[in-house]
Design a protein around this ligand. Structure first.
Ligand SMILES: *Cc1c(COP(=O)(O)O)cnc(C)c1O
Length: 397
């Protein structure tokens, strides 16, 4: 036994170091963007979720500043008490219009939106079936709800159907949960097939559009639009913190669903309303993504170019000792899987010395270690060429 009840923390931290799983924070100096400063170094930023470059857009900043002058910095209470402003209603209507739904409800973060919605929709007698690669917040929601939560194999609708066949009858309600764009793999869920199976077994479907909103769909509505599923009844969750450049989460859906969540989602009822500044910045962003489709066009142009260049390098270097495999991403999240956490960490450090910031994502966040490259509409062609050249050096030694 240790000298204090906290001695185990040291041993746990040591174990993390040994397994190359230790993490720490590093501050970015100054403005968010495609090129940033960190510890005095200028880095091309391939590690941000700010897909459209809106986090540094002056219109979001002006909206936020105006809201602070009008309403103050804090919303001062929960939405049902003193925390509701007309601005929240405006943002919720704007999100509903963007998503083509009857209504929407804004939470303080995407994490809370998932937890709040899931815990409100299902409980102990119910069943949750989730993709094994779902975001942590979907899993957390499942745990908090008390429902029986089972995973189906990643993107495997046949497995989902098998689980429904075996378990559905023993439960009252059933909720299928999935990311629309998988955050650490960059691929899309087979939503149309999931919805068909869900209908057969009378299951609700919650889809997390954190990485889809603003990036997919003609009007930036998200991957649900891109996959042609907007007419299905759905619980759509999303965040204001990625392509929308602000902070906060939301659920969009039928008027009845949103009304129910306002009455029964603890993660909305018992927490302070989203700050006026975040709300106004989110509102400005929702308008910009609809009015400026060119941002998405540039982004997709960059994505297609980089994927093509990477595939060419990988094809030419099939015999090299340092192996990378591109995961089948279909989004601005492009992942290169490596053989070990250590190899991926070294690769990421090598890219950093060359002025390129690419995240090394390792277990337990993901099953296999990988370089995770995220693209932005504000990356210039020469930024991508610099990355391609360094990846080539990395692989060919
Ligand atoms: C980032 C993310 C969230 C959480 O959103 P926040 O607003 O950052 O809390 C939820 N789901 C997915 C898939 C995410 O990538």
């Amino acid at each position: 036994m240790g000298k204090t009840p906290y001695d185990w923390l040291d041993r746990s931290l040591e174990a993390l170091h040994r397994a190359h799983r230790y993490r720490s924070v590093q501050a970015i100096e100054g403005m968010a963007g495609a090129v940033i400063q960190r510890q005095g170094q200028t880095l091309v930023n391939f590690a941000s979720n700010d897909y459209l470059g809106l986090a540094s857009d002056p219109r979001l900043a002006e909206g936020a500043i105006a809201a602070i002058h009008t309403y103050g910095t804090g919303s001062t209470g929960s939405r049902l008490l003193s925390g509701h402003r007309e601005l929240h209603g405006e943002l919720e209507r704007a999100i509903a219009i963007l998503k083509g739904t009857e209504d929407a409800i804004v939470f303080s973060s995407g994490y809370l939106a998932n937890m709040g919605a899931i815990a409100a929709l299902v409980s102990t007698p119910d069943l949750i079936l989730g993709d094994e690669y779902n975001h942590s917040s979907l899993r957390a929601g499942g745990k908090v709800s008390g429902a029986t939560a089972l995973d189906y194999r990643h993107g495997d609708v046949a497995h989902l159907k098998e689980l429904l066949e075996t378990h559905r009858d023993r439960h009252r309600r059933c909720l299928i949960t999935t990311d629309s764009v998988f955050s650490m793999d960059g691929d899309l869920c087979p939503l149309a097939e999931i919805l068909t199976v869900a209908e057969t077994y009378s299951a609700m479907v919650l889809v997390d559009e954190a990485h889809g909103t603003g990036v997919f769909g003609k009007g930036g509505s998200g991957a649900v639009e891109h996959l042609g599923c907007t007419t299905h009844p759905l619980v759509t969750v999303g965040t204001l913190s990625k392509a929308l450049g602000s902070l906060g989460g939301y659920v969009a859906g039928s008027a009845q669903l949103i009304d129910f969540l306002r009455n029964r989602a603890p993660g909305w009822i018992y927490t302070t309303g989203l700050s006026p500044a975040d709300t106004a910045a989110g509102l400005a962003a929702v308008q910009i993504i609809q009015q400026e489709p060119w941002r998405r066009e540039v982004l997709w142009h960059r994505v297609n170019y980089l994927i093509q260049q990477i595939d060419q390098i990988l094809a030419e270097s099939a015999a090299e000792p340092f192996r990378l495999r591109r995961l089948p991403s279909a989004s601005p999240i492009i992942c290169l899987e490596g053989i070990s956490a250590e190899a991926i960490l070294t690769a990421s450090q090598q890219l950093q010395s060359a002025g390129l910031w690419v995240a090394a994502v390792r277990p337990p966040t993901v099953p296999t270690s990988r370089l995770r490259i995220t693209l932005m509409a504000t990356h210039k062609p020469h930024h991508l060429d610099q990355l391609v050249a360094e990846l080539q050096t990395l692989i060919k030694g």
